[in-house]
Design a protein around this ligand. Structure first.
Ligand SMILES: N[C@@H](CCC(=O)N[C@@H](CS)C(=O)NCC(=O)O)C(=O)O
Length: 253
């Protein structure tokens, strides 16, 4: 049995993708409910309170969930899982030479998820998660137009600044001159935003102001394990998950 098991909705990459990319980059074997016929039931059993009830792990509210079978650990919250796996799999700064580095990398992960994942989700669900997009279309239009105009450039400029800062070290990565989980998270965020807002991201690329961000994006894409994964059937297409394409929301900014 594989040590790591990802529990997430099948059918779209969603927040589970951040977990997959860390596992794929590290080249460890894992199982994934997106790839099994009983996957949905497993997700439901975790979020409905039945599992885990083992006296050790707290109940789960929402996926993604990671089970580490060797350490009897069941945890949720995307950045929490990413930080845990980063430590387990050597995708954080070396604690011997940089004992506080993991908090800085986590800061970058949280910032990317705030701006380029959670805020993007709210572009198609600005009023309520429990309502359909079609029931909040007008607000989605206003929210998306503003996000593309004001928030997208703000977050791209921030990460461009991080990549040009002394703390990034030499090379193309966000922190300490080596690839960390923050780079993988930023890659997936940019990939999702490119899918949802192609006009705005093409314009941002054309403008040339965020060259380092797009270079990081391309560099992650070309990493051997990531490249293999992206070309495999394990990589799911975007559909009606966190990143979705609606023509009417595709503002140029
Ligand atoms: N902050 C959490 C959010 C988790 C979340 O919203 N999960 C979605 C799927 S991507 C879900 O199924 N939510 C159900 C709900 O919030 O009721 C994280 O980053 O993991």
């Amino acid at each position: 049995m594989a040590q790591y098991h990802l529990i997430y909705w099948p059918g779209f990459p969603g927040r589970g993708e951040h977990v997959r990319l860390v596992l794929e980059e590290a080249g460890v074997s894992y199982t994934d409910t997106a790839q099994t016929s009983e996957g949905v039931n497993e997700v439901i059993s975790h979020i409905s309170g039945g599992v885990p009830d083992d006296g050790v792990n707290p109940p789960i509210l929402a996926p993604p969930v990671l089970r580490d079978e060797e350490n009897n650990l069941v945890i949720s919250q995307t950045p929490n899982i990413v930080l845990y796996l980063g430590e387990q799999l050597g995708l954080l700064p070396d604690p011997k030479t940089d004992p506080t580095g993991k908090w800085k990398v986590n800061e970058l992960v949280l910032t990317a998820l705030d701006g380029l994942s959670n805020e993007v989700h709210d572009c198609h669900h600005p009023i309520a998660v429990s309502l359909y997009y079609e029931d909040q279309k007008e607000e989605s239009l206003r929210r998306s137009e503003d996000w593309v105009k004001n928030r997208l450039p703000k977050f791209l400029a921030y990460f461009e600044r991080v990549l040009g800062s002394k703390s990034a070290g030499s090379g193309r990565w966000l922190y300490g001159g080596r690839l960390t989980v923050a780079d993988l998270v930023l890659f997936q965020c940019v990939d999702g935003v490119k899918f949802m807002f192609p006009k705005a991201t093409k314009k941002a690329e054309r403008e040339g102001k965020y060259g380092k961000v797009f270079a990081l994006y391309n560099a992650v894409k070309e990493r051997p394990n990531i490249k293999k994964y992206l070309e495999s059937e394990r990589r799911q297409n975007y559909s009606n998950g966190l990143y979705r394409y609606y023509k009417e929301l595709d503002f140029e900014g």
